[in-house]
Write a protein that binds this ligand. Sequence first.
Ligand code: ATP
Length: 367
Amino acid sequence: MARLYLDAISKRFAGTDAVRAVTLDIADGEFLVLLGPSGCGKSTLLRLIAGLEEPTEGRILLDGTDISDEPPQRRDLAMVFQSYALYPHLTVEKNIGFPLRSRRQPQRTIAARVAEVAGVLGLRELLDRRPAALSGGQRQRVALARAMVRDPGAFLMDEPLSNLDAKLRSATRAELIALHRRLGATFVYVTHDQVEAMTMATRIALLNGGRIEQVGTPEELYDRPRSTFVAGFLGSPPMNLIDAEVRPHIDGLRVTAEGIDAALGIDAEEAIDSAISTRVIVGIRPERLRITRDISAIRGQVTMVENLGSEELIHVRVGDTVPGEANRPVVARAPRPAGVRVGEAIGFAVDPADIHLFDLATGLRLT
Ligand code: ATP
């Protein structure tokens, strides 16, 4: 069992509020990903959980017990670092067994446990090697094995895949998902890579400036981002965000801007005072724009077509954009070949359900 509860935890370094009043309930057996841009405080938050940093304020509970003052080795948690932190002079076998030897476990217990964990992670053939004679992916597995050998309640991982090449990273992602299922343990995993977060997490906590911007399943964050920050962080390319106006119309509300005139759905009617015009930021995912020859919601001129192999990214200039991001094109994602050329006039249709509305001043979701 390992339920972690972060109770209004803050960490202040000289002059920097790295983590600001974060409250987070991590259920037993979850794969929680701490996601966010560089400097948002995700590593600091993980180190606070591990006991490698002391909180300035707040408490950390493990299964209801306050562990805020416990040293790292007294917490039932194992940390896997980006650098793996393996001992170069020790063999793989000795590296994996290290946490048990330092706890003075009997030799036979250590040997049996190391063999078991090495079997799970496919390391049996490598037990006599030293870290220098291993590939990046193998080192990563040794670091994981060393964390697993004690059978901790929770695994804390700080960007463990960032030293691997793209192919190995994607294979190791799949291994980690399988490992999480098999162990049933709680995983708290730090990354700035949205693909890792989307594919592995049972829930994502997206951090921004030391605060939690949104917590939820990958689908919740992707489909109903709470703010323009979340909308712009997840998705590649990210959600199109356009400065626009919501106006009452005889058939209901419409969102308009230069080159844009689209019907809104029931959600918008409930969220927005339909009697007056309101300035908003409208958000549309690139894959939700459909090229059409009929009357279109968005019209513009193709400025660039990017070939991704199976798909194309079509960049279109359509009048107004978000303030401060002048002339940023709207990007649509379409199966290749979409059959459009640079310079061509183009129109897109979009379903009312695929239009997100955000407050112009705060960036918070309106619908
Ligand atoms: P990255 O993805 O770049 O590792 P991060 O989201 O993990 O970033 P942190 O490493 O947690 O961010 O850092 C959060 C903030 O706290 C940053 O502004 C960083 O400069 C600051 N910080 C982190 N550790 C210390 C420290 N020991 N002393 C002073 N400031 C620190």
